[in-house]
Design a protein around this ligand. Structure first.
Ligand code: UTP
Length: 447
């Protein structure tokens, strides 16, 4: 893009101020600014402005009902596992990881997936995800292609982490990195914010940016070419997740579902997780901030919580559904934040109060668009212990303790009794469940 076309585009979008310092910039800065402008689509600016005009209206969730959530046991569980195994053996399952977040609560300087979580080995979060995929590939004899969404800020470091670790045993050609989009920040009156004279403030477009990025990067086309039907979606911060769990994949397939969600009982009525609700024939994720106290605490006759289940963002999508939704725009969510900016005199201002909006998309916003959805309960302790905060709840300490407890349980089921307080770690490629441990017939100290 050259100056004239940049000026023309910005004028058309009433954003000429972006070039206000043009004459004061050196050649390199001018080039960098033009490159940044070149990446912005005028339609996305109009879309952001429309979202600003609409404001952050909170949808009414008062008529929401609790969806039917399956708890698989006995024959139903066996049926689901067999159906899932059939998909895996046919090579129709992919793994999709969103790892573009900033991890600001953890305060780790790097991609969260590179954060050390192995209790004994200090292995990074990515290790546990990749090794689980490897284990399933070995068990079912077919490739599970691994699609990883990164951000502009962490893509290079993420790829480096995989390169340096030999892709954790996976075949490089089956790991597909793609980068999520960025949106400019805007003031209340829809003006793009400059955080330097030669730089537009941009922020990642949220985990919902996944759909646009899957399409733009060619990842969706790659899935299609490989004959993928079911796409297992998960987040980077939960090393307990059972990736491509046959029961869940099978339940999804048996229900001919387009969007399936694993749900777990909330740890307390006001836990900060999204709660799926049914509205007529469709479903929507209701954020905890949108729920009234009455809804949070509503009880069934037996005293259990009416809205018992929350979503830890473990999903299976039908690939064709993702394709359909990637072709249409997703709603934007506004976050009013303190964003440093360059004022009319060219000085950098660090505001003390929120001054401008960031725009984000959320993946669960496509739930109402699913023609069929399915909900499956699981035990939180077994599969969900995210690393969100540096300390306290949902921290590395709680996550490591939950990992240990899970492995101890497996070993216990295989008859291996461990001394109290002994620290353990199991490579997922060695065992991904209690059955694996039993099959190995190990006794403590033998491996
Ligand atoms: P979180 O909502 O926990 O955000 O992301 P975060 O950025 O990782 O952490 P904080 O809030 O700054 O502390 C949930 C999942 O969604 C991904 C994250 O990488 C994580 O796997 N995510 C989030 C993206 O891929 N892109 C985004 O823009 C936001």
């Amino acid at each position: 893009m050259n100056y004239t076309s940049a000026e023309k585009m910005l004028k058309k979008c009433s954003q000429e101020h972006v070039l206000a310092y043009w004459k004061k910039l050196g050649k390199k800065s001018q080039e960098a600014l033009l490159a940044q402008i070149g990446k912005i689509e005028p339609e996305s600016l109009a879309y952001c402005r429309a979202a600003l005009e609409k404001g952050s209206e909170v949808p009414d969730s008062s008529k929401g009902k609790a969806p039917k959530v399956a708890v698989l046991k006995g024959k139903k569980l066996v049926e689901a596992v067999l159906a899932g195994e059939k998909e895996l053996k046919a090579g129709r399952v992919a793994a999709l990881l969103v790892a573009g977040g900033q991890g600001s609560r953890l305060g780790y300087d790097g991609p969260k997936g590179c954060y050390s979580i192995g209790p004994l080995t200090d292995a990074p979060l990515f290790y546990f995800h990749a090794r689980k995929i490897l284990a399933r590939q070995i068990r079912y004899g077919k490739t599970i292609p691994f699609y990883i969404m990164t951000s502009e800020a962490n893509n290079a470091a993420t790829v480096k982490c995989f390169e340096e670790n030999g892709y954790f045993g996976l075949d490089k050609k089956d790991v597909f990195f793609f980068t999520q989009g960025m949106w400019p920040g805007m003031t209340k009156d829809g003006k793009i914010l400059m955080d330097a004279k030669d730089h537009i403030f941009m922020s990642p477009d949220g985990h919902g940016g996944l759909l646009a990025a899957l399409k733009k990067s060619g990842a969706l086309a790659d899935m299609k070419k490989r004959g993928i039907k079911s796409v297992f979606f998960f987040q980077v911060d939960n090393p307990l997740v059972e990736i491509a769990d046959p029961a869940f994949v099978g339940y999804h397939v048996l229900n001919k579902s387009e969007y399936s969600l694993k749900l777990c009982a909330k740890r307390d009525p006001k836990e900060k997780v999204g709660v799926p609700m049914q509205f007529g024939k469709s479903f929507r994720m209701v954020e905890y901030t949108e729920m009234t106290d009455e809804q949070c605490n509503r009880k069934n006759k037996d005293g259990s919580l009416y809205f018992l289940y929350g979503s830890p963002a473990i999903h299976v999508f039908d690939r064709a559904f993702l394709e359909r939704e990637a072709a249409v725009p997703m709603p934007l969510h506004l976050a009013f934040k303190k964003i440093p900016f360059v004022d009319a005199k060219g000085r950098l201002v660090k505001p003390l109060e929120p001054n401008a909006y960031k725009f984000e998309k959320f993946i669960f916003d496509i739930l109402p668009k699913a023609r069929t959805a399915a909900f499956l309960a699981f035990n939180q302790k077994d599969e969900f212990s995210p690393v969100k905060n540096a300390e306290g709840g949902d921290s590395p300490a709680t996550c490591k303790a939950d990992m240990q407890a899970k492995w101890r349980k497996w070993l216990g089921e295989a008859g291996v009794m461990l001394p109290e307080g002994m620290q353990i770690e199991i490579d997922p490629a060695y065992a991904i469940d209690a059955a694996d441990i039993k099959a190995k017939g190990i006794c403590l100290g033998a491996e």
